[in-house]
Design a binder for this molecule. Structure first.
Ligand SMILES: NC(=O)C1=CN([C@@H]2O[C@H](COP(=O)(O)OP(=O)(O)OC[C@H]3O[C@@H](n4cnc5c(N)ncnc54)[C@H](OP(=O)(O)O)[C@@H]3O)[C@@H](O)[C@H]2O)C=CC1
Ligand SMILES: CC(=O)N[C@@H](CCC(=O)OP(=O)(O)O)C(=O)O
Length: 345
């Protein structure tokens, strides 16, 4: 199978390359850049020296669509809205890692992203790729919208409780922390070393563009309108997201019953691991892998359930989940190329 990566010089692109390198069914990868055409990949990433010697190519969606079986767009907002249609018309399947195609309602996208939305036709065609919750839809799709990193950790952690209506959504609070690679490779005044080292920051309170994405899926599962309090934080680490969710149980339950529910609902999910006996995961336990590890407890005193979900933002939160989705779209085993052991310590 031939793969093309648009945005190959970014962090999501580099992570796609790392994971696809070990994929048994990928025979050829081309790299495309809007600003570094003709340069060698190793100029951007010396750690790829000798592994990939081909030059970065221009972004010509017609040619890429004809030559590649599947195209990953690991690009800023607006790019996939522009290119996806042409890529599909020319015969390729497309996986978009940006937020362009995640929100089904144009006006919601426009108000949270503060830019024009993709065309309605593309939005209708795009399938939301939270893999564990939509395998059949993903298998049938040609245009895949890969979820955001925070929504992936949050939704995988909440899915069983929300779909079984065991948590009161009016009481739900999502408190999430991310490493700085979540902000991409370009340095910024918020993420550079002296700003982030030895620091812990809250940002975009009640304003983050992942809020409508989380609400859209929760609404589908609960069959009711949902608004959530979602508070993201930056922590001084390279990779990793921890989402901690709190909400009141809707009925009398035991911790064991809750854990059994998660184990049952995720029994066929190779990348979801449920912690036992009130234990919680940490981000290092999934580092460099496609795992999402989940721990949960029930506090009889307050009636609250606390769920903790951890992922590597660049893997399950981006490129790993994109490859998991590619596997389903192309008819491969879901875990092909994704069987890494976490880097620990
Ligand atoms: N980092 C993360 O943890 C996650 C990121 N995402 C999303 O994935 C996408 C990529 O993120 P990430 O790799 O971190 O970001 P980076 O900023 O590291 O990389 C983005 C890449 O996009 C390319 N690019 C910039 N402008 C254009 C353009 N006009 N046309 C085509 N390509 C362009 C750039 O490469 P060049 O100049 O060579 O073209 C750049 O290397 C974003 O939408 C991000 O929100 C999603 C989940 C998690
Ligand atoms: C730490 C950090 O800055 N994270 C990014 C989210 C990365 C992501 O998933 O962004 P997309 O929805 O655009 O794909 C942010 O808060 O905007």
């Amino acid at each position: 199978m031939r793969v093309a990566i648009i945005g190959a010089t970014g962090y999501g692109g580099a992570e796609l390359i790392r994971l696809l390198h070990g994929h048994p069914h990928i025979t050829e990868i081309t790299f495309h850049s809007s600003s570094q055409e003709g340069k060698a990949m190793e100029e951007s990433y010396p750690h790829l020296s000798d592994l990939y010697t081909s030059q970065l190519q221009e972004i010509d969606p017609e040619t890429i669509g004809k030559e590649a079986d599947i195209v990953f767009l690991s690009t800023p907002p607006g790019v996939s809205a522009e290119y996806s249609g042409k890529l599909i018309e020319n015969g390729a399947k497309v996986i978009d890692l940006s937020g362009d195609l995640r929100l089904k309602e144009k006006d919601v996208y426009e108000s949270w992203y503060e830019r024009d939305s993709a065309d309605t036709e593309l939005l209708n065609e795009a399938v939301y790729g939270l893999t564990e919750w939509n395998r059949e839809g993903i298998k049938a799709s040609s245009l895949l919208s890969n979820p955001g990193c925070y929504p992936t950790a949050t939704l995988l952690g909440l899915g069983p409780l929300v779909s079984e209506k065991l948590i009161d959504l009016d009481t739900l609070i999502i408190d999430a922390k991310s490493g700085t690679t979540g902000a991409g490779r370009s340095p910024s005044a918020i993420t550079h070393f002296s700003e982030m080292n030895d620091n812990f920051k809250v940002y975009k309170v009640n304003e983050h563009k992942h809020i409508p994405e989380i609400e859209q899926t929760l609404k589908g599962w609960s069959e009711s309108d949902v608004t959530v309090t979602f508070t993201p934080h930056l922590v001084p680490m390279t990779r990793g997201i921890m989402a901690t969710m709190y909400g009141k149980a809707t009925m009398s339950v035991t911790e064991n019953q809750l854990r059994e529910l998660y184990e049952e609902m995720y029994k066929d999910a190779p990348f979801i691991r449920i912690r036992e006996d009130g234990k919680y995961p940490s981000t290092k336990e999934v580092y460099g892998t496609n795992y999402c590890d989940i721990g949960l407890t029930y506090d009889e005193r307050t009636g609250r359930i606390t769920i903790v979900s951890v992922i590597d933002n660049l893997v399950k939160g981006a490129s790993g989940q994109a490859i998991q989705n590619m596997n389903l779209m192309l008819g491969f085993e879901e875990n092909e190329g994704l069987n890494q052991v976490p880097v620990y310590p």
